[in-house]
Unconditional design. Structure first.
Length: 220
């Protein structure tokens, strides 16, 4: 092989490696937006339900409001309730009927294990763990035992969605959100990979939406 050809091939390989590395870094930053390394690695409520999930996202945001004033926005999550505080117009393109609230509604504050949190008029998640002002964990279908593979018909993957509130210095709150995905059929892996990216984009907007609403209620 000539020296020039060797140089060209080396340059191409370096370029491909750089592009792949950049894409992986960008993907990681998106899926773990706002979270510290410690937050991405620490156990959170709901992890025990899908301990071997190969796809895990952890995002976080600091909110300038106490934990008890952030919780009501989480308690009223769902279609037909407080919405998802994300891109309503995008969700409604697929018929979700989401209308994110800008106020806390008392009749939407009751949330307990077994409660439904609808994402679509025909689709809902179930509350599988809840501790007011501390955490809320959602999963498709009715409550199940940890490690159970029993899924509602038509679900190619299992999934948990956890919201965790932590006290932060002063009157601030740290909101940590974790999603775990476990494919149940062979072809679901690539679909989950794409879903993770979409979920991250919508999830970042959700975090900002909750922060804006909670902070807007603070004096000054």
């Amino acid at each position: 092989m000539s020296r020039n050809r060797w140089r060209r091939r080396t340059a191409v390989l370096v370029g491909v490696a750089t592009a792949v590395s950049g894409a992986w870094t960008a993907r990681y930053s998106l899926l773990h937006w706002g979270a510290t390394t410690g937050e991405t690695e620490e156990p959170l409520p709901g992890d025990d339900l899908l301990p071997a999930a190969p796809y895990v996202e952890t995002r976080a945001i600091t909110i300038d409001a106490p934990r008890e004033e952030v919780w009501p926005w989480l308690a009223q999550l769902g279609q037909g309730r407080g919405g998802l505080y994300s891109y309503d117009w995008l969700e409604n393109l697929v018929g979700c009927g989401i209308h994110s609230a800008d106020r806390i509604v008392p009749q939407w504050q009751d949330v307990a294990v077994g409660s439904e949190v609808r994402l679509h008029p025909k689709g809902a998640l179930t509350v599988v763990a809840v501790e007011p002002e501390e955490h809320l964990v959602l999963r498709p279908g009715p409550p199940r035992a940890p490690g159970s593979a029993s899924m509602p018909a038509g679900f190619p993957f299992d999934y948990t969605w956890a919201f965790v509130l932590r006290h932060h210095p002063g009157r601030q709150t740290r909101l940590i959100v974790r999603e775990r995905y476990e494919p149940r059929v062979g072809w679901a892996g690539p679909a989950v990979e794409a879903l993770c990216v979409v979920s991250a984009i919508m999830g970042i907007k959700m975090l900002r939406g909750i922060r804006e609403r909670a902070e807007a209620r603070q004096p000054g």
